[in-house]
Write a protein that binds this ligand. Sequence first.
Ligand SMILES: [Fe+2]
Length: 239
Amino acid sequence: MKLLSNFYQVSGEVLTHRFDATAYLVNCGEFSVLIDCGTAEGYEKLIENIKKCGVEPENIKYIFGTHGHYDHVGAAYLFKEKYGTEVFLHEKDVERVESGDGMKTTAELLYGKSFTAFKVDRILKGGENFSFGYINIEVIHTPGHTPGGVCYVLETTGLKVLIAGDTLYGGFSAKIDSNEEDWKKSLDKLCDRQFDLMVIGHSNPTLLGDAQDRLNDARNSFAHYYNPWFKTFKDKYKY
Ligand SMILES: [Fe+2]
């Protein structure tokens, strides 16, 4: 579904499969990129959705992973095998996807599936900027949900769109190496920035226009009751 002129949501619970996190297609002109790509279960529908956006899947040059979880990058091996797509991921989540760790990728932990390991082509550290024609993608390292979690800032048509992945509203568990102090610092980092729009890792196709308020509320409510997202906050915002 089209969100901006060259920015589409192509995966998610209602668009592809109930396992799938959100994935976004960015049409850069000469080629396209995906930000996350969902699971193998949703892959066929994802391909259909990409085609509906006027993009052939072989024209997808890169997948930017927000973190090494099954629901976000489980289908990456299929893109690599079929289309030679290169996968970008933060260095601290590389080991879990390259070893196919069923727990740390959540594949077995949450979905009862095995994770098909794949090689990461470009290792991110945070702070990188990728300029593709009229598009810019900035990498912000935001550990907490996982050690290698990142947010991407997409700049297009004069707007800065925060692609937050699971840094907003993701689950907290020692089994996936979540870290409360790191997560708080990551939220501080995001609160210090300005974004025009935001999208999150699990939602129906939606552009959120109140990124600053939501980020500030998230930082203030984070880890109350050791439930990452304070109950009244969840009641206040329904997704
Ligand atoms: Fe996650």
